[in-house]
Design a protein around this ligand. Structure first.
Ligand SMILES: O=C(O)CCC(=O)C(=O)O
Length: 273
């Protein structure tokens, strides 16, 4: 299966013209309202979305997409965890090579199945000149030389990288995922990825939702941590709202939510088995 061995897959044409026409103004509204500065980094701004945001509701309500993800991952217990609008400003630099997994001290990090995945839905066409995603197939399962050179994915050191640093440049093993508007890319959270610079005068927009492919398979301590994610409805919100309309996509955790020690640094050398 390409997704398991390479750590990524393309689901073409998830959104048609009418879907794009609905989501694009919703993204404009989100960007006009909120910009937490902690989620701005060179070459990428992330605006968090909660469960009741219209964008999240629209993607989670897209039954054909959810069915395609379940087929791709061969799972029935898909659980949604978080959502963001991910943009690249006009004339913005590359987003550095990084991976999004947050718990490298945990043994589950070194098993083959993905514990968390990102869905990236692009609202416009992208290529090497307009901020396309680039990724290193297989880097979710074994280290590559780049791992040893990277700063912590969301840490302050990454903000200070020189433009010559390998984290900001092409890598010989990379695949550039040129997409059309409405295409979706799915990546394993451990996969090394980043973006090309956006040399164009237009903002490049993407909706990023994260999921656990198989909630039942996750170790309890990881579930206890993820169940506290601020994007998810609180117990009170679940009780007084129509959160049930998400068709079983909200994680159900019966234990006591508890934080785990976060480690976002992949080891310089590792292999999943
Ligand atoms: O916006 C993109 O294309 C990628 C964003 C990304 O890599 C991230 O937020 O981790």
């Amino acid at each position: 299966m390409q997704f398991e061995s390479e750590g990524w897959a393309l689901l073409p044409r998830f959104l048609d013209a009418s879907g794009l026409a609905e989501l694009a103004p919703a993204v404009d509204r989100v960007l006009a309202l909120q910009r937490p500065s902690c989620m701005q980094r060179p070459g990428n701004d992330l605006v968090p979305l909660r469960w009741n945001d219209e964008i999240v509701a629209s993607v989670l309500g897209a039954e054909h997409l959810i069915a395609a993800i379940r087929d791709l991952l061969r799972t029935r217990q898909l659980a949604w965890i978080s959502g963001y609008v991910s943009t690249k400003e006009p004339h913005s630099p590359a987003l550095w090579w990084h991976q999004d997994w947050w718990c490298w001290d945990h043994p589950v990090s070194y098993t083959r199945p993905a514990s968390q995945i990102a869905l990236l839905c692009y609202l416009g066409e992208t290529d090497e000149m307009s901020g396309a995603l680039r990724l290193l197939p297989g880097s979710h399962h074994r280290s590559v030389p780049l791992h040893a050179t990277l700063p912590e994915a969301h840490g302050g050191d990454a903000n200070a990288l020189s433009s010559a640093h390998p984290a900001l440049n092409d890598d010989p093993g990379q695949v550039t995922v040129n997409v059309r508007a409405g295409d979706v890319v799915i990546i394993d959270y451990r996969l090394l990825h980043g973006t090309h610079p956006n040399a164009k005068p237009l903002r490049r927009d993407c909706i990023l939702l994260s999921f656990v492919p198989d909630w039942g398979r996750l170790p309890d301590d990881i579930k206890a941590h993820l169940a506290m994610h601020p994007a998810l409805p609180t117990d009170a919100e679940r009780q007084r709202s129509d959160a049930s309309s998400y068709g079983g996509l909200l994680p159900d955790y019966g234990g006591t939510p508890a934080s785990l020690a976060v480690n976002r640094m992949a080891p310089a050398a590792f292999a999943a088995s």
